[in-house]
Design a protein around this ligand. Structure first.
Ligand code: FAD
Length: 444
């Protein structure tokens, strides 16, 4: 509600690209007071999670304290809390520990979560890549496997060097490329006794091409770069089940593995389902062109958690740029409403799409007309765009140092195994894996 000093109160749930964009825009207006609530005390830069997972960047390069971001803005208060209930009628949110915040305008920007599509064993046994916690967990599992095999090369027969990546979208492709580079360049330089000739990186997708939204020419380029780097592509193939020590593919193959990386899809954050908000495609909340919830004036839903209609009425893609711009547009509409002016429909400014495929290889479609770039030029565009999107100057400098280090050195970035639990493996816990069949890299 309005503060005793007369300032209007805006509550934002989620400090990702959308919530941050909204709060930063409102921070410049002293007649507005903002409460920004997140279950983490930091903003995480999701497009670079795979670089943390593959030891190219440090966690501190891609995560930034929300309190630090708003240290100079007296009208923005950050709260560390998990929201479990949203009441659009009263514009009130409640945390899991029972605290409530009521606002003049409410912004839900809670993002997404991995979608395992009910694949048996996937939630328990695979490694999603959606948060910083996921990324450091995966990094420790990958490094842990190298450490295990360094001590006991017989574990290769149990699939210790088989990596299965599910999903041929940007997450799957970027992880596959970075992992292939790790195996070819940085790991041999540091693990001198490790025999990596038996390592396999499998990349699976039910579709017939990787990075589907790009052109056919781009599909050919991506497939060539990855196969040249020894990634084994399995298109038209998905995963049927995941055990602690194996993955079963839809074509019947069973691969012994201790590292299944899940980039198979996303669905809306649980808050969308738990709060009685009307859900549309992908479990996301349908919003009107001005980003408000139909029938709930003053309630905005933005970023990944929202189905935002594009010019063709189809939902806009779940991208960082859509999230950032929709958060900023929600702020503009909130300010307009407070001033008694009309709200505007959100218009997305499409700057293109890009993906990194590995060292010196990237693909980008830039500008409104999606002009296509491949190779080093696309790599440079990717570096520029991602560095400029990062939250703090310190992050940018540190990330650029790490990227430069990766570009010119053979030893990698931060190969830090800091999650002992993720590296710990009970090699006897999967009855599907037998040592006889596993010697061929498969389980019987
Ligand atoms: C691995 C990966 C790679 C990607 N690569 C790219 C790329 O190259 N380019 C691109 O444009 N996009 C990319 N994306 C997509 C992009 O990151 C998302 O579209 C964007 O982060 C969405 O922003 P958001 O603010 O809506 O959600 P998020 O960034 O997910 O932020 C949501 C925030 O809400 C908080 N939250 C959630 N639930 C609650 C709750 N109940 N209570 C309190 N807080 C809560 C979370 O902690 C989080 O901070 C990638 C995504 C992933 C996962």
């Amino acid at each position: 509600m309005s503060s005793p000093d007369g300032r209007r109160h805006v509550v934002i749930v989620g400090g990702g690209f959308a919530g941050l964009g909204c709060a930063q825009r409102l921070a410049d207006h002293d007649h507005v007071r903002v409460t920004l609530i997140d279950r983490n005390n930091y903003h995480q830069f999701q497009p670079l999670l795979y670089q943390v997972a593959t030891s190219l960047l440090s966690p501190s390069d891609i995560a930034h304290s929300l309190r630090e971001v708003f240290a100079g803005d007296d009208n923005v208060d950050v709260k560390l809390a998990e929201i479990s209930a949203v009441d659009p009628a009263t514009k009130t949110v409640r945390s899991t520990d029972g605290e409530e915040w009521t606002a003049d305008a409410l912004v839900v920007a809670a993002g997404s979560q991995p979608n395992f599509f009910h694949t048996p064993g996937a939630a328990e046994n695979s490694f999603p890549l959606y948060s910083l916690d996921n990324a450091t967990n995966l990094r420790s599992r990958i490094l842990g496997l190298f450490e295990h095999v360094d001590r006991n090369p017989m574990l290769i027969e149990r699939g210790a060097l088989n990596f299965v990546i599910v999903g041929g979208g940007p997450t799957g492709v970027e992880v596959a490329g970075a992992l292939a580079d790790m195996l070819a360049v940085t790991v041999p330089a540091e693990y001198r006794e490790l025999d990596l000739s038996a390592a396999h990186v499998y990349l699976l997708d039910y579709g017939d091409a990787l990075l589907k939204p790009f052109s056919d020419k781009a599909h050919g380029y991506v497939a060539k770069v990855l196969t040249d780097r020894k990634v084994e592509l399995r298109l038209g193939t998905g995963v049927k089940d995941v055990g602690p020590g194996h993955a079963k593919f839809s074509d019947g193959a069973v691969i012994a593995t201790r590292c299944v990386i899940w980039g198979g899809g996303i669905t809306a954050a649980p808050v969308a389902a738990n709060c009685g908000l009307a859900q549309g495609r992908g479990g996301r909340v349908d919003v009107q062109p001005d980003l408000t919830l139909a029938g709930s004036p003053g309630v905005y839903v933005v970023g990944d958690v929202a189905n935002i209609p594009g010019p063709d009425k189809q939902p806009l893609p779940q991208l960082g740029s859509v999230a950032l711009q929709s958060g900023q547009a929600a702020a503009d509409n909130i300010l307009a409403e407070f001033d008694g002016k009309p709200r505007k429909s959100f218009e997305y400014r499409d700057k293109g799409i890009m993906a990194m495929i590995g060292r010196r290889a990237a693909i980008a479609e830039v500008g409104k007309n999606h002009h296509e770039l491949h190779g080093q030029l696309a790599h440079a565009a990717w570096l520029g765009v991602h560095a400029s999107l990062m939250t703090g100057t310190r992050d940018k400098i540190e990330a650029i140092i790490d990227w430069g280090w990766d570009r010119f050195s053979k030893t990698g970035g931060p190969h830090v195994l800091d999650r002992g639990d993720a590296a710990e493996i009970d090699w006897e816990d999967d009855p599907t894996v037998t040592s006889s069949a596993a010697s061929a890299g498969t389980a019987g």
